[in-house]
Design a protein around this ligand. Sequence first.
Ligand SMILES: [Zn+2]
Length: 202
Amino acid sequence: MHSNEIWRRLLDGNRRWVEDRSTAAVDRGAARRAATTDSQNPYALVLGCSDSRVPAEILFDQGIGDLFVVRTAGHVLDSATLGSVEYGVEVLGVSLIVVLGHEGCGAVQAATCVVDDAQVPPGHIRDVAERIAHHVLLARQAGATTADEIGRHHSLVTVDLLRQRSALIGDALRRGSVEAVAARYSLATGAVTEVGQPALAA
Ligand SMILES: [Zn+2]
């Protein structure tokens, strides 16, 4: 399936979710479980935030085996996250990567506090915040002022990072075997909207 078609399919599912007429329950039942026991063939990869309010399969109204989902707080990238995305691209052959940020992201907020107030969170939460803090600075340099603008910029930069940090993903994007899009989820409405232009292969 072409990536544009997949993106349309996900947005159609999201519209059902927004309108409270989700239909994927049938695709999460015993029949689908049986059909996917021995193998998986997801058509899209969602790199999203761990936030309990942003569950990819539910908000895109998809079933078991449809999405390969990688979630970290603030959808930050480290080597394990990159490896997971590479697995989805190289081994599972997904055609679309969706980097999904959201309104009211605590990780982005924590990163902004690091930048503005030198407030460093404890433990490894610090690592999450510091990985985003650099993007907060980039967003400000690009003219972002609100938390929403900073969050959108963070998702766009994350798409670029996938390309830069992973030769494997970068090559797949250049070949056009996969495409990547940054998107944003509204906690209030449930709607997913695209951020900027899709990061298509150059
Ligand atoms: Zn978040």
